[in-house]
Design a protein around this ligand. Structure first.
Ligand code: ATP
Ligand code: MG
Length: 565
């Protein structure tokens, strides 16, 4: 694992920036930006882009702008604007006073479009959207010039002004760049740069009824802000000639360098915002912050730390080619980080009562337990021990399989921080279910006692029945059952890949009393069970809800037979 002091190794983007700085480009400045469209919550893929853009700014002593790319009025919302800011901050990054909106540039962008018309490089086209697609052709099919392509400049200026004035219906006209209808690059075949959209915008209201297209708005927004390196995902590589064309034709004072990298893909995960929105709208999950969602809000609620997400982004690195990352790597980073920082506690998820026949009625001992073996400074705490305990159902087997080192009839096991116990009687109900275990303690087996060093193979966790506190615990599994759940297949709904067992709610859990003080968002390791986080949304005074963040080991690897945990 890389140490915080070690300089991050140079990927191809950082190499390029280093070379630009060495060549004295951009006056020695590095300005990047993170440009989300506020039409959904940020997900782990965005987190990677955030770590990259803000990380580069930090490393090269530059700045990174947060720019809302809000040029599509119908899908955007302030709820998203707010959640995006919260998530970027939570990930540990800061845009200082560099928060911008593409919509702030609408007037400037309009003027740039007018300038293109004046330079004979844009025209108002009356083809319908369907006709435009037809005329444009395909990479192997030659394009056909629009009959409106050679309109006089004055007529274009007049029509564009009238588009702005709202004189024409949605879809009836567009402003198009005049480039090359036979370019091998489809994006250069006289692309539309403005369209009519009589829709209210979340920031500009009804001030505009024409909106710039992404390619036109993006390069010019970068230019207006003096971005030096405009880092984006690979699918924009084919848009780069258009990005450059617009800036060249307008002879802008600065020309940001677009650099593309491969987007993050994770198995067992969908990352399309459209699909994530569908999950939310159809109540397949409880919201954008459902702990099973790959959103930053969901991961935060589940208990992931910003440090673990940043570490994950670092490990994944920056690639030039598409690849798929194993979700297990993300979980590994979370586990590693939580192991270092989280306090230990004992919690029984599926309780079964244990009565210690030879332990005095009414006696309570306060036993010392270590808060975090990875961090001596975390100290110790007292855990009450008494005649009646709870242990987890799976720590007892009436008919144990081979190598089962937990409690069995007549067998012995050590209770963590306490005594060795022996099971002397199994009590069952009328249905034959085990409801209670009677055990005896070895009184000398407590830490420091004469028989404390006896060789006992298993150690299990427990809580004192009367001292323990109730809690609800939610166990999560992967949201999808297949590696590539978002793949579009003829006649198959991608949502049929949802894992019906992705959530298990346990309502009878009993936790050690020190957890009474647990507050929203706090993370603990429940010994032998995994890492858990107090649910910030559903916990209330008197009602403690924990989310399981991650198991102690990769349980999927176990199921697939890769390891025997
Ligand atoms: P949309 O289809 O709505 O445009 P998007 O995922 O591209 O979805 P944006 O809000 O436009 O969402 O993305 C903001 C930034 O995050 C962009 O620079 C984009 O390239 C980057 N980004 C989005 N998804 C990923 C990903 N999976 N890996 C890396 N970067 C990503
Ligand atoms: Mg996008």
């Amino acid at each position: 694992m890389s140490t915080p002091e070690a300089a991050p190794s140079l990927d191809f983007i950082r190499e390029r920036i280093t070379a630009d700085l060495a060549a004295g480009k951009n006056g020695g400045k590095v300005i990047t930006r993170f440009p989300p469209e506020p039409n959904g919550y940020l997900h782990i893929g965005h987190a990677k882009s955030i770590c990259l853009n803000f990380g580069i700014a930090r490393q090269f002593k530059g700045v990174c702008h947060l720019r809302f790319d809000d040029t599509n009025p119908t899908r955007e919302d302030v709820e998203y604007v707010n959640s995006i800011q919260e998530d970027v901050r939570w990930l540990g990054f800061d845009w200082a006073d560099k928060k911008f909106y593409a919509s702030d540039y609408f007037e400037k962008l309009y003027q740039f479009a007018v300038e293109l018309i004046k330079r004979g490089k844009a025209f108002v086209c009356d083809l319908t959207p369907e006709e435009m697609i037809q005329y444009r052709g395909a990479p192997s099919v030659p394009g056909k010039e629009s009959p409106y392509r050679n309109r006089p400049i004055a007529e274009n200026l007049d029509l564009f002004q009238r588009m702005r004035n709202g004189e024409f219906a949605d879809g009836s006209r567009t402003l198009r760049a005049k480039i090359d209808i036979n370019s091998p690059n489809i994006h250069m075949r006289d692309p539309a740069i403005y369209r009519i959209r009589k829709a209210e915008h979340h920031r500009t209201g009804n001030q505009w009824c024409i909106y710039p297209m992404y390619d036109f708005a993006h390069c010019l927004s970068d230019m207006i802000e003096g971005i030096t390196h405009s880092i984006c995902t690979l699918e924009f590589e084919v848009h780069r000639p258009l990005y450059d064309w617009i800036l060249d034709v307008l002879e802008t004072p600065c020309h940001p360098q677009q650099i593309e990298f491969a987007r993050l893909n994770l198995n067992y995960t969908v990352m399309s915002k459209r699909k994530l929105l569908e999950l939310v709208q159809e109540n397949r999950v409880t919201g954008w912050d459902d702990p099973r969602m790959p959103t930053v809000a969901g991961m935060r609620r589940r208990g992931y730390t910003p440090e673990s997400i940043r570490e994950f982004a670092d490990r994944v690195g920056v690639a030039k080619r598409e690849n798929i990352i194993d979700l297990a790597l993300l979980e590994y980073c979370v586990r590693e980080d939580l192991n270092k920082r989280s306090l230990r506690a004992m919690g029984v998820l599926r309780p079964i009562k244990v009565i210690l026949d030879n332990y005095p009625e009414g006696q309570v001992e306060e036993l010392e337990a270590i808060n975090n073996p990875e961090d001596p400074a975390a100290g110790t705490r007292k855990v009450p021990f008494s005649k009646e305990l709870y242990i987890d159902q799976e720590d007892f087997r009436e008919n144990p399989p081979p190598k089962y080192f937990r409690l069995t009839p007549g067998g012995e096991v050590r209770l963590r921080y306490a005594y060795i116990i022996k099971c002397v009687q199994v009590v069952k109900n009328a249905q034959g279910d085990v409801v209670e275990l009677h055990c005896t303690i070895d009184p000398g087996s407590k830490s420091g006692g004469p028989t404390s060093n006896r060789k006992i193979k298993g150690t299990i966790h427990w809580v004192s029945a009367s001292h323990s506190i109730p809690a609800e615990v939610r166990l999560y599994d992967r949201l999808f059952t297949v590696e590539d759940p978002g793949r579009e297949q003829e006649g198959v709904d991608w949502k049929s890949n949802i894992n019906p067992h992705s959530l298990e709610v346990l309502t009878q859990c009993r936790l050690e009393p020190s957890l009474t003080k647990a507050t929203a968002g706090e993370r603990y390791q429940f010994e032998r069970q995994g890492y858990f986080c107090v649910d910030a949304r559903d916990s209330a005074p008197g009602k403690l809800v924990f989310n399981r963040t991650v198991t102690l080991r990769d349980t999927w690897a176990k199921i697939e037979g890769k390891s025997q945990g």
